[in-house]
Design a protein around this ligand. Sequence first.
Ligand code: NA7
Length: 582
Amino acid sequence: MSPKSQNPCDRQPETDTAYDAVIVGAGFAGMYMLHCLRTLGLSARVFEAGGDVGGTWYWNRYPGARCDIESMQYSYSFSDEIDQEWSWSERYSPQPEILAYANHVADRFNLRRDITFDTCVTDATFDESAKRWTVETDRGDTVTAQFCIMAVGCLSAANMPPFEGIDDFDGPVYHTGQWPQDGVDFSGLRVGVIGTGSSAIQSIPIIAQQAASLTVFQRTASYTVPAWNAKMDPAYEQSIKADYPEFRAKARARPTGFYFPFNMKPALDATPEERNAKYEEFWARGGLPFLGAFGDLLFEKDANDTVAKFARDKIRGIVKDPAVADLLCPDNVFGCKRLCVDTGYYETFNQPHVTLVDVSKNPIERFTNKGVVTDGTEYELDAVVCATGFAAMTGSFDRIRITGRNGLTLAEKWRAGPRTYLGLSTAGFPNLFMITGPGSPSVLANMIPSIEQHVDWMMDCIAHMRDVGAATIEPETAYEDNWVEHVNEVSKVSLRSTCSSWYVGANIPGHPRVFMPYIGGFPIYVNRCNDVLANGFEGFTLDGAVETNAPPKVRWTERWCAELDLEVITPAMIAAGRVPVV
Ligand code: NA7
């Protein structure tokens, strides 16, 4: 990893600089935005809370952290050179390799010179007379910009439940999403892990290898499918690299923005034997694509019951102690919460030093100096890992005081749930863009293509504003309302809307229950964005434009003219909102 060349901790605050754009966050979204703005000749400053680039992949350094999208599909697509020169070593990339890739891109395009690290944006305020944003940080910086671009990530605001007595605990308490830079050695320690979501499921098998004992506190059991991770097959890698653009195009045409075999037949039309054979076939492929075994799994409860039973049978086949197996068997809708992808998770519970503690009925009462108490029992521990997730999608916005026109804050506007037009922008906040914001496919699609598509759309938008002399762009409330309603309506068709997941904000006490990502399918969403652009930014007000009739030029978004993969998306499905998103 390249050391950051600037921004020592004792730097002087930056004041009075006027930029074309301020970008909040230097993960994959902020990095690509910066690169694109430079290409257009615009000045930009990025503020990043972390000590270097990478965002999610900078912070989530917990043992076993790994992407659940295959490596050949989880990367930028804007540079043929990077596509060709970078090699992934495994089918699913581990966190250090993804972080190395982020650093490689930062080096390649010399991005760090415009990024201020170790700095949190605290305030972003729209000045109505100047038509500019004033951005302030916790390090005393105050800069202004025409555009404020939120590249804050969907899973960045760690959720640390306020456990009573946590400060009394003698040992360290870690959160998976804020893992120490130098790693943690659990050798010989009695370790507790709270939570059994994706981060826990990835880290538990590795922590168990080190720890003297491991106690897992489970509130809700998760479904997880084996990754069957393996070394990258050079022949496969070469076959993709031989025509990467074609492969990317195939992936973009899919509802999730990544490609995998999908069987569109309904599970309910198959005999039990056919169903089982198909589940075995897809289990053997592993990972999120397991949900592609049948086309109705996330729409029909009866179909879902069949896959849930299959998964529970798998758990009972692996876990030797029937009582532990029972506890590990979820009883909710399969894939309703985000499906986990694991390596040796269930097998870990066959080890004698690993204990599963059910905290579903009796929650964790408190920490003591020695450990954790639940149901009247004190579990003595040397270290605790909170794998307790994130305030998803809106959490990072909540941490910044964002004030738009008429003194309205974003937090106030979103009190009953986030309201955006296309997940890109929100009425009352001119020139504020969000990359993979709530109301866009974001977490239900391949994240890097989602980021690129948003940034490219913003670039065509900003270029058009320059062409016509517009000072600001802002969505109209009626269009925003329609979009919010559409996002909500589409979600109701999916079983995903039925459970208490972070998709609906249910993991955060007091968060309004709203299905936040757009579940209608990536290419359908992309086409909608393209149509809005082609229709002269339909639903947006451009203020100050001189050349009001100039049609927008399609430059950056050209590569996103999405063909729908008709094998998995038909007009009837779109009409019924039944586009299968894993
Ligand atoms: P998740 O999926 O939100 O998982 C968090 C886990 O922590 C989950 O099992 C929670 O149980 C549990 N949790 C949260 N608060 C508590 C308390 N107070 N007591 C006990 N257990 C608790 O976060 P991850 O980091 O694993 O994964 C997030 C995403 O990152 C993942 O979906 C991938 O997309 C990558 P609950 O289910 O709420 O009962």
